[in-house]
Design a binder for this molecule. Structure first.
Ligand code: NFS
Length: 671
């Protein structure tokens, strides 16, 4: 029986998206939104009750006590499916990191075209963390050694991957005791596949132990390498002005949308688009110039560093093409819908694949090669400009919002203290006094099964009212940007009074855009620095912080969740749990569900839960933050305590006796 089609308002919270979905219907063109309505998700596979790992199946375990043909229980099957997804996510992020490390090696040896080492300071800082000599050495020499070290992490067979050293000492010790420190990035991914082959690892807890190790290869391995090298080559982000949503597309210019994840090509396209030769070429084609914008995490990479506008997040990839104004959508890896090619055939848009790893039938393939990066970028730009003459009617929703992205952990450190005493002290103090109740990281995808952007932005807005400082990455950050939540002064009146005071004093927005999904490692670094600063315990699991991915859909999100849990965080995912089992058979199929929550919490202090109800997500977040505050002996959060900021408050404080003033300011009496 066909399912009822959702209204436009039920499908997305974004007015630009609603407008484009109406246009899609007028043109009779399907999108992920309509396909999600037409395709009922499989309730057996969706709940993790299907095993298709060998030719005796697929086995669907729908009855109590049933096993697969080989005898595998539901718990084993769920654990296997989960670790496979985590391995795929870790592989995607880490392979991205590997490519970046190879580019760094090639740049260091003068073998590339167009790249320079833009952040020598970060190169030196990162290299010295690993004992690479930096004194009296050229950036290229240091970069060569760092690249070699990073490349070696992927094929390393024994020992510990080196970025692990950047975690708090106590956490490293805990991982060592549990035997979960990754030996080599590729090794853990391969082992996850081996263990889950028919007839191998069959103890669910043992399989999930390896899930932790596989997750750690991502966060404290491949992703961290990806972020480091991107910063070294393209610059460490600092705040700048950007824009987001489909309204950034231009009627009078050649629109090129870069989509995917790796900044290596997109940064070159940005550079080449400013070349006078290319601008002239576009003018000769009858356009005012070239207008670049991004989708997904490629958007975040060039938005964070160059202020290039984001046309949207994951569910905007088809909608951008539906405007009829996109000459080319240039894709690299990950989160690229196969539907793009068919959709684009209704318009003049060219889908250009560029990665040697990703081809789509019907797309134009112009392969990226770092040795000739600038030439390839110019070739792509010219191909796109040549397509301008084929443009038909356009329909660009006039919806766009300003935002300030660029909050790398280096910048947060700097902004809290200034150049002379960069430190996390003010943030720790604000949490300790209760001005800031805690921190929430709201990250991850869009999912057409839920109303686009709604969960992200609802959770963000509600937590802000509760004095929770928010950091965001990935498509969640773009969702917040589209709603205007990433401009400091714009939303401050809706922010809790204590948090508002901190934002006004430090001059930060209450929602900090920290980058792409591999940049979730920046959040790990922030948490580590907060621990090292002192006052909030001696490990990440003691910090009043929660991670949320309300609209997750990708395997990468599961890998991120796992390394965050292993690092000590409470992680809440929205939507359906891939290991839920049948709700009416909880006793028989909830072992994995309980283990990744209670079991992992006992071992690592972090836990993973899937919560469909948005208000419950918020309630659990606040309860967890308050529980951690209490465990640290911090004053109970009091919404009325702070917020009489500004000049009035200064006068009030001046008139107080010293002791009382100290109490009011710091929440502690004099020693
Ligand atoms: Ni993250 Fe970034 Fe978006 Fe999800 Fe895809 S783009 S890497 S996976 S959909 S947040």
């Amino acid at each position: 029986m066909p399912r009822a089609k959702r209204t436009y308002e039920e499908r997305t919270a974004d007015p630009a998206a609603q407008e484009m979905l109406i246009r899609a219907d007028e043109l009779g063109i399907g999108t992920a939104f309509s396909r999600a309505d037409d395709m009922v998700p499989c309730n057996i596979g969706g709940a993790g009750m299907c095993c298709k790992l060998c030719g005796m199946g697929p086995c669907r375990l729908t009855k109590d006590g049933q096993t697969g043909v080989c005898g595998a229980t539901i718990d084993t099957i769920q654990a296997r499916n989960l670790v496979r997804a985590i391995a795929a996510g870790a592989a995607a992020h880490s392979d991205h990191g590997r490519d970046m490390a190879f580019i760094l090696k090639a740049v260091a040896n003068g073998e590339t075209e167009g790249y320079v080492i833009r952040d020598v300071a970060k190169l030196r800082i990162v290299a010295s963390k690993y004992g690479i000599p930096i004194d009296k050495r050229s950036p290229e020499e240091i970069a060569n050694d760092l690249a070699d070290l990073y490349i070696s992490q992927f094929g390393q067979q024994r020992g510990e991957i080196v970025p692990i050293k950047r975690a708090p000492a106590k956490r490293q010790k805990l991982w060592r005791e549990h035997g979960v420190i990754p030996r080599g990035i590729d090794r853990e991914v391969v082992e996850a596949l081996h263990r889950t082959h028919i007839g191998d690892d069959q103890d669910p807890e043992h399989i999930l132990h390896h899930a932790i190790r596989t997750g750690l290869t991502d966060g404290w391995g491949g992703s961290m390498i990806a972020t480091d090298v991107s910063d070294i080559l393209f610059g460490t982000p600092a705040p700048l002005l950007g824009q987001a949503n489909l309204g950034v597309l231009r009627d009078d210019m050649v629109n090129i949308v870069v989509h995917g994840h790796e900044p290596s090509l997109s940064e070159m396209i940005v550079a080449a688009s400013q070349d006078p030769e290319i601008i002239e070429y576009a003018k000769q084609a009858g356009a005012k110039g070239v207008n670049l914008s991004g989708i997904c995490c490629t958007a975040n990479e060039i938005l964070m560093r160059q202020g290039i506008p984001a046309a949207g997040n994951f569910l905007h990839q088809e909608l951008a093409i539906l405007t009829g104004s996109v000459e080319a959508m240039v894709v690299d890896v990950q989160c690229i819908m196969q539907a793009l090619v068919g959709l684009a055939s209704n318009f003049h848009t060219k889908i250009i694949t560029t990665s040697p790893k990703v081809k789509i039938k019907g797309a134009t393939h112009i392969e990226f090669d770092e040795h000739r990066a600038l030439t390839v970028a110019k070739n792509i730009l010219k191909t796109s400009i040549d397509n301008f003459k084929n443009r038909g009617a356009t329909h660009i929703p006039q919806v766009r919002e300003d935002l300030i992205p660029g909050f790398s952990h280096e910048y947060i450190n700097y902004m809290l203290g200034g150049s002379y005493r960069a430190s996390f002290r003010p943030l720790n103090d604000a949490i300790m006094s209760g001005r800031v109740r805690g921190v929430a990281a709201i990250v991850g995808c869009n999912n057409p099964r839920s109303k686009q952007d709604y969960l992200h932005t609802y959770v963000t807005q509600e937590l802000l009212k509760q004095d929770v400082l928010i950091v965001e990455t990935g498509c969640g950050a773009i969702a917040a940007a589209k709603l205007g939540l990433l401009l400091g002064e714009a939303g401050l009146e809706k922010v809790g009074p204590g948090l508002k005071e901190v934002c006004e004093t430090v001059g930060i927005p209450p929602v900090l855009h920290m980058g792409s999904c591999v940049d979730n490692t920046r959040i790990l670094t922030v948490l580590t620095q907060m621990v090292e600063e002192g006052g909030l315990g001696d490990d990440i699991d003691q910090i009043p912080a929660v991670g949320l991915a309300p609209e997750w859909m990708s395997e990468k999100a599961l890998a991120i969740a796992t390394y965050c849990v292993a690092s000590g965080a409470y992680v809440i995912f929205g939507g359906a749990s891939p290991v839920s089992g049948m709700p009416d058979r909880v006793s028989d199929s909830d072992q994995v569900l309980r283990y990744i929550s209670e079991g992992w919490e006992e071992l690592y202090g972090g836990k993973l839960e899937f919560i469909a109800d948005v208000d419950e997500m918020i309630k659990n977040t606040l309860e967890h933050i308050d529980k951690k505050r209490k465990a640290l002996g911090l004053p109970e959060y009091d919404p009325d305590r702070f917020g009489r900021g500004g000049d009035n408050r200064m006068l009030e404080l001046e008139q107080m006796p010293v002791e009382e003033r100290r109490e009011a300011l710091y929440g502690v009496a004099a020693d």
